[in-house]
Design a protein around this ligand. Structure first.
Ligand SMILES: [Zn+2]
Length: 292
């Protein structure tokens, strides 16, 4: 089993070519951007204001996040109408950005955010106001370099509720940990691999989701899957498992218990539908903050 080696998209320190510094954003342009974005939110993504906000005013990302024109990449500022902001180094910034990824990955992002909206709405959450990302395409080897990866920093819902990997919600109180696991589970319905705060220290401040290991099944030999299952059993069932990424007999016992309590038929280790159903039910428990 090939486990992914991933470096956060925003980590500019160890790359072979240091990127040019980000252009400073003029204060007046920044304020104008906020106004445009707020108008777009009020009008809705189909409105003319949204079209205007998607225009050339979108701020440039670091050079290493701009794909060469030879690579076929889609450029986007919103996923299915929801803005995606960049807060690394400038928290709270609502300037629209020109992100890039492949068409196939963007199409999957649309499925993902629709899952996220539906499953969180079932838990009493409002609409998704915006996302914050640390990067999609990045000029380097691996899934980011292929334009098939996302680093998710935050989800913000109308009314102010947040899930913030950026603020290490995987290590906060139980309600936030369950919400983090809900977002984590939604990522796992559509992406593989998904690397989270339990996977390693490089992912303590974002959730990485990519196309590197499709299809989306639960693999006992995968550290990324195993730490998720162990954290899920601990936070929803009080299992008390060591979150060590090793699928032993205790993990197996608690996984079976979760599967039974969630009413999952089929084999999540080999059937995509069984694992996706299980992840959806985990997400519902996470958004409603209820035990399994
Ligand atoms: Zn990543």
């Amino acid at each position: 089993m090939q486990e992914p080696v991933d470096r956060p998209a925003h980590d500019h320190t160890a790359g072979p070519a240091a990127p040019a510094p980000s252009p400073r954003i003029d204060r007046r342009l920044f304020l104008g951007g906020v106004g445009a974005a707020a108008t777009a939110l009020a009008v809705g993504p189909a409105g003319a204001a949204a079209q205007a906000a998607e225009g050339p005013a979108a701020a440039a990302l670091p050079r290493e996040m701009q794909a060469p024109s030879a690579l076929a990449m889609r450029t986007f500022s919103r996923i299915d109408g929801t803005p995606v902001y960049y807060w690394r180094g400038d928290r709270g910034n609502t300037t629209l950005r020109s992100w890039q990824c492949t068409d196939a990955f963007y199409d999957r992002l649309v499925l993902w955010i629709r899952d996220l909206r539906n499953l969180s709405a079932d838990g009493g959450f409002g609409s998704v106001d915006f996302l914050v990302s640390a990067g999609f395409y990045v000029n380097r080897s691996g899934q980011h370099g292929a334009g098939t990866a996302m680093d998710l920093d935050m989800v913000r819902w109308a009314g102010g509720r947040r899930c913030s990997p950026l603020d290490r919600h995987h290590a906060e109180g139980r309600t936030l940990r369950r919400r983090y696991l809900a977002v984590d589970a939604v990522c796992r319905r559509r992406f593989r691999y998904v690397l989270d705060g339990w996977y390693n220290s490089a992912h303590h401040d974002h959730i990485h989701a990519d196309f590197g290991g499709l299809p989306t099944t639960c693999e006992k030999g995968s550290r990324s899957d195993t730490v998720f299952v162990q954290a899920m059993c601990n936070n929803f069932m009080g299992a008390g498992l060591a979150v060590d990424g090793i699928w032993g007999s205790n993990t197996q016992t608690w996984f079976n218990r979760a599967k039974n309590r969630l009413g999952i038929s089929g084999d999540p280790h080999s059937e995509i539908v069984a694992w996706r159903n299980m992840l959806a039910r985990i997400a519902r428990h996470g958004f409603s903050d209820t035990a399994i």
